[in-house]
Design a protein around this ligand. Structure first.
Ligand SMILES: Cc1cc2nc3c(=O)[nH]c(=O)nc-3n(C[C@H](O)[C@H](O)[C@H](O)COP(=O)(O)O)c2cc1C
Length: 363
């Protein structure tokens, strides 16, 4: 089978393969899906200002995150229920990530355990994403499992105190057929089918900064706060001991019309970039998007839906192809922007696109 050549084509192919409910769940955003679309478009509103006559015969996409050098800045975002996309699920994604040197972030609503993922891709760098469930004991156990199985950090998602208004899921009456196939949900004692709203209700809406600090103390792992859009919140993350923040709007699935990652990133970097690592996600679909994110000060990007499309289309090989496509595009973009080392990208390379009305300011 020939695999698609662009991330957009992976999306089209996945739409043809997956059933309506799961495809709508993966692809959809909240309400009018304005933020969902803006996530992709806001990278395109930025134009690049390449340097010329620079020796680009050797390129290096390496980056440093949480004090460790990574071969490149393209990480796999946590996305729930991957066995709905393909029976091989998270273990296949983790193997593909390991094969391409991409850090893999496992969702706490995964259809595989942290131990299974560690066993199938022992050499791969991995983080665990945590929702703080009302049943705190389950989240605490997940954090301990992560520490015991070589996960290098906890990613605490803070933009889902309640579930966003996901109208596509209502229309398709989407539900997870067997709650027990999600080990964390099974651990909470749920059986049988579970709707998206039901899943949302498992999460503790009373979580505050003080809880975050307590969670950070559960294991020795560094904590990243995922879902920050305001510099003031990034500052609070620093004050409460976070090692990093992920500028993210949850792929446009929570509050509609919030800022995109691209638009929120510069102010967060200006506030805390000198102290902790700032990462970004949402709408990364091209290697040039990765260049723009790094130029604006991100240490790495996370990629959500395209990885799921790769999984749906070709299992492990599909995910690998998605990541390799992005990395090949990144390599070309580094050469053509005239900055062969990704670590040396800076804001002077990015400007408001003349075709766009609204962009973050470039210096
Ligand atoms: C189907 C799906 C499931 C997701 N599940 C989770 C999750 O379990 N935990 C989490 O922190 N974020 C989750 N996210 C958000 C992603 O981690 C990420 O922020 C977002 O997908 C990035 O945008 P992109 O899909 O445009 O790349 C999910 C996103 C999608 C599309």
């Amino acid at each position: 089978m020939e695999l698609p050549r662009t991330l957009a084509e992976f999306d089209e192919r996945a739409a043809a393969i997956l059933e309506e409910g799961p495809y709508a769940y993966y692809a959809g955003g909240s309400c009018d899906e304005l933020t969902l679309r803006d996530n992709v478009e806001s990278w395109r509103r930025l134009a690049l200002r390449p340097r010329v006559l620079v020796d680009v015969s050797r390129r290096d996409p390496a980056t440093t995150v949480l004090g460790r050098e990574r071969p490149h800045p393209v990480f796999v975002a946590p996305t729930a229920y991957q066995r709905l996309a393909h029976p091989d699920g998270e273990p296949a994604t983790a193997r593909a990530a390991a094969a391409t040197g991409s850090l893999f972030c496992l969702s706490s609503l995964a259809t595989a355990t942290a131990a299974e993922v560690a066993a199938t891709a022992p050499e791969g760098a991995r983080w665990l994403q945590l929702y703080v469930f009302r049943d705190r004991a389950v989240s605490e156990q997940l954090a301990r499992d992560a520490a015991a199985h070589g996960y290098e950090a906890l990613v605490v998602t803070v933009d889902l105190p309640v579930l966003g208004v996901r109208e596509r899921d209502v229309r398709t009456r989407f539900e997870i057929a067997d709650a027990l196939s999600v080990p964390s949900v099974g651990a909470m004692g749920h059986q049988g089918p579970l709707s998206m709203l039901g899943i949302g209700e498992l999460i503790d809406p009373s979580l505050t900064w003080a809880d975050l600090e307590r969670f950070a103390q559960l294991s020795d792992l560094p904590v990243l706060v995922k879902g920050v859009l305001r510099p003031e919140d990034a500052r609070r993350a620093v004050e409460h001991g976070a090692a990093g923040v992920i500028v993210s709007n949850h792929g446009g699935r929570q509050l509609d019309t919030v800022l995109s990652g691209a638009d929120a990133l510069p102010a967060v970097v200006d506030e805390v970039g000198g102290e902790i690592d700032v990462l970004v996600d949402g709408g990364i679909r091209r290697g040039s998007d990765v260049v723009k994110a790094l130029a604006l000060g991100a240490r790495a990007v996370l990629v959500g839906r395209p990885v799921v499309w790769g999984l749906a289309v070709g299992g492990e090989a599909g995910v690998r192809a998605v990541l390799e496509t992005l990395l090949a595009e990144l390599d070309v973009a580094l050469a053509l922007v005239g900055v062969p080392r990704a670590a040396e990208l800076d804001r002077s390379l990015v400007a408001p696109a003349p075709w766009a009305g609204r962009v973050p300011s470039a210096e």
